[in-house]
Write a protein that binds this ligand. Structure first.
Ligand code: CP
Length: 328
């Protein structure tokens, strides 16, 4: 069976297919219809690192397809706290579950886990590596919002800002957007937190027009999407933490949007955002502003994750046959 470990494994056709399946999931995700298409199936939802959205939305998505979920969090839930390997844990969990979602602080760990099992494994974030389901829901959001605005992906200009070094969501998203090249991408990161050069070179070879700017000063009026990410201090080395002192402001707030961006700019963030003062993150002063798409993103996480399960487990053609009205 196949896994979803990285955007690398998805072609443009695969992504388009997932978007179409997700659109068909909307009546279920918005609780107008129910299905039992995954009745009897069990999901192992294994989180070795903190999560709100990804953990709960994968759980809800599997449940809304009629399946059951073994939901676990933290190293202490498992015998890995006693030194059990990823390999043994994977072999054991494969005997209990039909699909596994896993988040882990080490890059490559989810792939290592997946190599020991034939059960489909979804990478829900492997340290600073990738977070493919987040990129898919971000792309689904952009696609949906652009359709409403009458914009095309081909002419899009996306600004990615914040921690582009440790932000796994931007690593997956830039790879995904490279499937839709040509498209313009501008990267703005604090010093030391830049997007890895290797990744920039790779997506540029695939046709993305990537520009790097040092700050949020200047004109961004032709940007369609501002995608902000949190500075991930928990991933800093001790040396980086000690010397980290920003001389410029990287906050995306109402003043930035009103003075430097166009009126229809979409503001996105994978969340969580750091709402503490001087966090250099997406400011809460944009709450309630229609340009702020962050909670439309979180809502879109349900149909997209349902589409991922249905496709990996091969039931996507049965969804429409199995729909019933919500009885409550
Ligand atoms: N976007 C995201 O991965 O959020 P959580 O860490 O809360 O799952």
């Amino acid at each position: 069976s196949s896994h979803l470990l990285s955007i690398d494994s998805l072609s443009r056709d695969d992504i388009d297919h997932l978007v179409r399946v997700a659109a068909r999931m909307e009546p279920i995700a918005s609780r107008r219809k129910i299905t039992r298409v995954l009745e009897g199936a069990v999901l192992g939802n294994l989180f070795f690192e903190a999560s709100t959205r990804t953990r709960v939305s994968f759980h809800a998505a599997f449940s809304r397809l009629g399946g059951s979920v073994c939901d676990t969090t933290g190293f202490t839930f498992s015998s890995m706290a006693k030194g059990e390997s990823l390999y043994d844990t994977s072999r054991v969990m494969s005997g209990y579950c039909d699909a596994i979602v896993m988040r882990h602080p080490d890059q490559g760990s989810v792939a290592e886990f997946a190599a020991a099992t034939n059960v489909p494994v979804i990478n829900a974030g492997d340290g600073p590596g990738e977070h493919p389901s987040q990129a898919l829901l971000d792309f689904y959001t952009i696609d949906k919002e652009f359709a409403l605005q009458g914009k095309t992906l081909r002419d899009a200009h996306v600004l990615m800002t914040g921690d582009l070094k440790y932000g796994r969501t931007v690593h997956s998203l830039i790879k995904l957007l490279s499937r839709y090249a040509p498209m313009r991408i501008t990267l703005v990161a604090p010093p030391g937190l830049e997007m890895p050069n290797q990744l920039i070179e790779r997506v540029s070879r695939q046709g993305l027009d990537v520009a790097v700017r040092e700050s949020l000063a200047g004109d961004f009026s032709d940007v369609d999407v501002v995608y902000t990410t949190r500075i991930q201090k928990e991933r800093f080395t001790a040396e980086m933490s000690e010397g980290f002192n920003l001389s410029r402001d990287f906050t995306v707030d109402r003043a930035f949007l009103d003075s430097r961006c166009g009126p229809a700019t979409l503001v996105m963030h994978p969340l969580p955002r750091d709402s503490r003062p001087a966090a250099n993150d997406l400011d809460i002063d944009l709450n309630g502003d229609p340009r702020l798409a962050i909670f439309r993103q979180t809502d879109n996480g349900i149909p997209v994750r349902m589409a991922i399960f249905a496709t990996l487990l091969g039931v996507e053609e049965r969804i429409d046959q199995d729909l019933r009205d919500v009885p409550w």
